[in-house]
Design a protein around this ligand. Structure first.
Ligand code: URP
Ligand code: ZN
Ligand code: ZN
Length: 469
């Protein structure tokens, strides 16, 4: 296949190039006209006139079929990866979960079984370590050897996923030994549970109290503490779903000192706010539950959104991932109608990340190159998938998106492909849009029509991070 007349965008520049793909792989980038002049012929020509030709998106944070609060995230690996493909994301890194009392090995095998043969695009796994003990610490070595090279720990959710500081330190020491990455959910869950119980006792049970009882200071504090533990252990640390100015300040400070401290943010923290929990006039009084996620959305009256865009420019925020964790409003979010603590945490967005961050290019918050870097190239480097993924270069997998900056779309639950009966971005008008998506050389989406197949997506064993400083 020859992709002609487009502008190939990488993390370092945008250049008019034709891209030659053979089978599943990129074999050459050619100056316009070279293919003809040198007698290279292709069976298929994809005309990318007017389009940016970008490496397929890599969403480094998804939760397909995640069990949470007595229910389960509503996208399966099948539906969630089809939605990802529609949005120009050709790789997901999902979180396998160590179930309470289960060992890492069995838990990971459960995740392999959920995904195997079901995915539309390629996938990899991080491992959530829900119980740090001698057995888990030992098994981390086996997992690294089979391509699971990052481990998520939780300072939140006491009694569920939570690790105390001693467990965190031990897991970080083990990661340092293995060269693995520690991903951190940094919120002080012990303090949050006190605030949430106090709010509930006062009768403050509406969705907005989810956000109010998870103050940004307790994200900043946990972020600081995790950085200190990581420095003591000598391990790199990567903060997932960073939401606040307070947490960003801690990451920025550590990075200025040259440490291996990294962070991602998510579209919801750039576009949605605490006040969205109040719902709209005329709704049923509970619709703010649609916006319940952790870390929570922050107030529009504070500096968070502006600071996060700045962090994306300075690289204190290196990656945009979605933390795609969809629940339907009906019967799932509604579990918390009487008490915000029972609302399953999470927002679905795997389909809209490329579009939502492209808006930053449109408004001048980010360069075109930085869009590609934060959404594809750095995720590949951070999590050991580069240069197979994250770049259009000879030898790389042909995961390629033709992105039309002139397209216009409106995000809506009526048209999205995620298994959700609402969209957190309902009515958002987006400038730009995906035209064609290729996954390992095969066109899986073209002009809104799905041409892929269940099981095309393969498991990607990952190497160690190539992003450490
Ligand atoms: O609200 C969220 N983020 N749900 C998913 C679990 C997590 O902490 O990432
Ligand atoms: Zn988390
Ligand atoms: Zn998550």
């Amino acid at each position: 296949t020859l992709i002609t007349n487009g502008t190939v965008v990488s993390a370092t520049g945008a250049i008019p190039h034709d891209v030659l793909v053979q089978d599943e792989t990129v074999v050459a980038l050619l100056s316009p006209g070279t293919a003809e002049a040198t007698g290279i012929t292709a069976d298929t020509v994809l005309d990318a006139t007017g389009c940016y030709v970008v490496p397929g998106g890599i969403d480094a944070h998804t939760h397909m079929e995640l069990p949470f609060g007595g229910t389960s995230a509503s996208d399966t690996f099948e539906t969630g990866t089809v939605a990802a493909a529609h949005g120009g994301t050709t790789t997901i890194i999902d979180f396998a979960v160590q179930t309470a009392g289960g060992d890492l090995r069995d838990s990971l095998d459960t995740w392999y079984a959920k995904a195997e043969g079901n995915c539309a695009v390629d996938y990899a796994f991080h491992m959530i370590v829900g119980g740090v003990d001698d057995s888990s610490l030992k098994l981390m070595g086996d997992l690294v050897a089979e391509g699971i090279t990052s481990f998520k720990l939780f300072m939140a959710y006491p009694g569920v996923f939570y690790s105390d500081d001693g467990q965190i330190l031990r897991a970080m020491q083990r990661a340092a030994e293995l060269g693995a990455m520690i991903s951190m959910h940094a919120e002080n869950g012990i303090a949050i549970d006190v605030l949430a119980a106090q709010a509930a006792a006062r009768g403050e049970t509406a969705p907005i109290h989810h956000g109010i009882t998870r103050p940004a200071r307790l994200e900043g504090e946990a972020t600081f503490r995790a950085i200190q533990l990581a420095l003591v252990a000598g391990a790199p640390v990567y903060f997932v779903h960073l939401s606040s100015s307070e947490a960003l300040e801690q990451v920025s400070r550590a990075r200025a000192e040259g440490h291996n401290v990294f962070a991602e943010t998510c579209p919801q923290y750039l576009y949605l706010t605490l006040e969205d929990h109040l719902g709209a006039p005329g709704d049923d009084g509970f619709e703010g539950a649609k916006y319940v996620c952790s870390a929570p959305l922050r107030s529009k009256h504070e500096s968070h959104g502006r600071d996060l865009w700045r962090g994306l420019r300075t690289n204190d925020l290196s990656i945009v991932a979605t933390d795609h964790c969809p629940f339907c409003y009906k019967d799932q979010k509604e579990l918390g109608r009487e008490d915000f603590r029972a609302i399953p945490n999470g927002i679905g967005g795997v389909e809209h990340r490329m579009d939502l961050i492209f808006q930053g290019v449109v408004t001048g918050e980010l360069s075109l190159e930085r869009w590609v870097e934060t959404c594809s190239t750095t995720p590949a480097r951070m999590f050991g998938l580069y240069p197979r993924k994250g770049v259009i270069a000879p030898g790389a997998d042909a995961d390629i998106v033709l992105y039309d900056p002139q397209a216009r779309t409106t995000i809506s639950a009526a048209t999205h492909h995620m298994t959700m009966d609402y969209s957190a971005y309902e009515g958002f008008e987006v400038a730009g849009g995906v035209r064609t998506v290729m996954s390992r050389g095969r066109v899986v989406v073209d002009r809104g029509t799905y041409h892929g197949s269940k099981g095309h997506g393969r498991f990607l064993p990952r190497g160690l991070s190539s992003y450490l400083r």
